[in-house]
Design a protein around this ligand. Structure first.
Ligand code: FAD
Length: 416
C-alpha cells in the first residue's frame, strides 16, 4: 500500500478499516542468497538497498528481538555531516543526501527535520579547531557557518553566555543537520524492504555460524539453521559477541550510552545544540520533550541500561549550559550498547571467512550513518567491491596504521 494524504483522508472516511500490516511475519525459509543479521537501522537499510538498488530479492533480515529494539530506537535522533577527515566526510555527506530524499524514497514519514546542528566553542583553541573543521567541510561541498558570540546569541539567547568558567565564544553551525524520528526510520526501512520481497524474521537469534573449509554456509539460529550464500553481520553493540561465534576477535569494545527526555515544553530550542566545555547535547522533540545526552558510561557492558554517575555528569553539563533546564522534570532515561572501535570510525568490510561480511564499530554516531551504511554494505554484499565512500572503513587499517581518528584520541575507544 502506498501512503499519501489522499489515502489518510480515504481511510478516515471509512473508519480506518483498510490499513494493512506494515510488514509480513514470514517463517524463515531453508536458505537465502543473502542473510543480514540484525534488524536495527543498518541491517534493515542494507536489506532495503540490496533489494531496491541491487536487485537482490532473496534476502532475509534475522533479528533476535523486535525491529527497533536496539540502538536505532534508543538514540537521540541527531543527524549531521560535520566531519573533518577525508575518510569520513564524503561518507557522512552521502548519508545526509540520502536522508534528504529518504521519505520520498521509501514512502514513509520519518520526520526528517533539518533544523541545524550548532557546536559551541568556549576557548580560542576550540574555535581554531572548529574553523579548520568548517573549512574542511566546505572544501567537500558541505554547508558550514562559523558564528561569533553574537551570532550564537541570535539563535539561542537563553544559553549561559557569561559563565566565567565556560564563556561561549562562538560556534560551528551546520544548517542542514538536524533530527529524524528514529523509530520511523526502522519502520520505514522495514516496510520498504518487505515491499521489495525481503523476509524480516523477528524473534530469531543467531547462535552460531556454519563454516566449512573457510566458507560460511549460513547461520544457526533459535529457529533452526538458515542457509545463505552470503551473510552480513550488522548487530552494533553485540558485534564482538556475534563475530566471536565465527572465531573473530574485533577491534571493538562495547559500552553503554544513556539518553534522557524531559516533560513536554513549549517550543524552545531552535535546533540541536552541543556544549563544547563538557559533553552535553540537546534538542527538542516535536512533542516538546528536551532530548539530551552526554558521555558513555566508562566501563565495558552489554546491558541496555546505565549508571548514576553519568546521569549526574550529564545533568551538570545541562545546568552549566542552560540553567533553566533545572526547572524541567525528567520523564525517562534509557541506555543502548555502543560498538566503540579503536579509532572511533566504523568498519564495512569482508572478513577472512568467505561469504561472511561485517558492518560495525559505529560508536555513538551510527544513527546519522544509517542510510549510507545500508547502501555501502549492500554494495559490498552485492558486488564484492567496497563502495567508494566507504573504501577507508577496512579491517586492515588497524594493521597498516591507517587509522581514521576523527577526534585525535588515539586507541582509546571509551574516549571516541
Ligand atoms: C542513547 C543513545 C544515543 C545515541 N544518539 C545518537 C545520535 O544522536 N546520532 C547518531 O548518529 N547516533 C546516535 N547513537 C548511535 C546509534 O544509535 C547507533 O550507532 C546505531 O543505531 C547502530 O546501528 P543499528 O541501528 O543497526 O543498531 P541496533 O538498532 O542496535 O541494531 C542491531 C540489532 O542487532 C540485533 N542483534 C544482536 N545480536 C543478535 C543476534 N545474535 N542475532 C540476531 N540479531 C541480533 C539487536 O537485537 C539489534 O536489534 C546513539 C545511541 C544511543 C544508545
Amino acid at each position: 500500500m502506498r501512503y499519501s494524504g489522499f489515502k489518510i483522508i480515504a481511510q478516515a472516511l471509512t473508519g480506518h478499516r483498510g490499513w494493512k500490516p506494515v510488514w509480513r511475519e514470514p517463517e524463515p525459509k531453508r536458505s537465502y542468497d543473502i542473510v543480514v543479521i540484525g534488524g536495527g537501522g543498518h541491517g534493515l537499510a542494507t536489506a532495503y538497498y540490496l533489494a531496491k538498488e541491487f536487485g537482490e530479492a532473496n534476502v532475509a533480515v534475522v533479528e533476535k528481538g523486535w525491529i527497533g529494539s536496539g540502538n536505532v530506537g534508543r538514540n537521540t535522533t541527531i543527524v549531521r555531516s560535520n566531519y573533518l577527515l577525508p575518510g569520513n566526510e564524503p561518507f557522512y555527506e552521502f548519508s545526509m543526501k540520502l536522508w534528504e530524499g529518504l521519505e520520498q524514497d521509501f514512502n514513509y514519514n520519518a520526520m526528517v527535520s533539518q533544523r541545524g546542528v550548532l557546536n559551541l566553542c568556549h576557548t580560542d583553541a576550540q574555535r581554531d579547531a572548529f574553523t579548520r573543521r568548517g573549512n574542511a567541510m566546505r572544501l567537500h561541498g558541505v554547508d558550514a557557518v562559523l558564528l561569533d558570540r553574537e551570532g550564537v546569541r541570535r539563535i539561542a539567547p537563553f544559553l549561559n553566555f557569561d559563565n566565567a568558567r565556560f564563556p561561549i565564544k562562538g560556534g560551528l553551525l551546520q544548517p542542514r543537520g538536524g533530527t529524524v524520528r528514529h523509530d520511523a526510520v526502522a519502520w520505514g526501512y522495514a516496510r520498504g524492504a518487505d515491499t521489495h520481497g525481503v523476509d524480516i524474521i523477528q524473534n530469531c537469534e543467531v547462535t552460531g555460524f556454519r563454516i566449512e573449509n573457510g566458507k560460511c554456509l549460513g547461520v544457526e539460529t533459535t529457529r533452526g539453521f538458515i542457509g545463505a550464500k552470503k551473510v552480513g553481520c550488522a548487530v552494533a553493540g553485540a558485534s564482538s559477541q556475534v563475530m566471536a561465534k565465527a572465531g573473530m576477535r574485533l577491534p571493538i569494545e562495547s559500552h553503554v550510552l544513556q539518553a534522557f527526555v524531559s516533560e513536554g515544553l513549549k517550543p524552545l530550542l531552535p535546533g540541536v545544540i552541543t556544549y563544547g566545555a563538557g559533553h552535553f547535547y540537546v534538542s527538542q522533540s516535536d512533542k516538546g520533550g528536551l532530548v539530551f545526552g552526554g558521555d558513555i558510561d566508562g566501563y565495558n557492558s552489554y546491558a541496555q541500561r546505565g549508571n548514576l554517575p553519568v546521569i549526574e555528569d550529564v545533568c551538570e553539563g545541562g545546568m552549566s549550559l542552560m540553567p533553566m533546564i533545572g526547572r524541567a522534570r525528567l520523564l525517562r532515561s534509557w541506555g543502548g550498547i555502543m560498538d566503540m572501535s579503536m579509532d572511533g570510525s566504523p568498519i564495512i568490510d569482508r572478513t577472512d571467512i568467505e561469504g561472511l561480511y561485517f558492518n560495525g564499530g559505529w560508536c555513538y554516531g551510527g544513527f546519522k550513518a544509517t542510510p549510507a551504511s545500508g547502501w555501502c554494505f549492500a554494495h559490498l554484499l552485492a558486488t564484492d567491491m567496497p563502495h567508494p565512500n566507504a573504501a577507508a572503513y577496512r579491517f586492515d587499517r588497524f594493521r597498516k596504521g591507517l587509522m581514521i581518528d576523527e577526534k585525535g584520541m588515539g586507541a582509546q575507544p571509551n574516549l571516541h
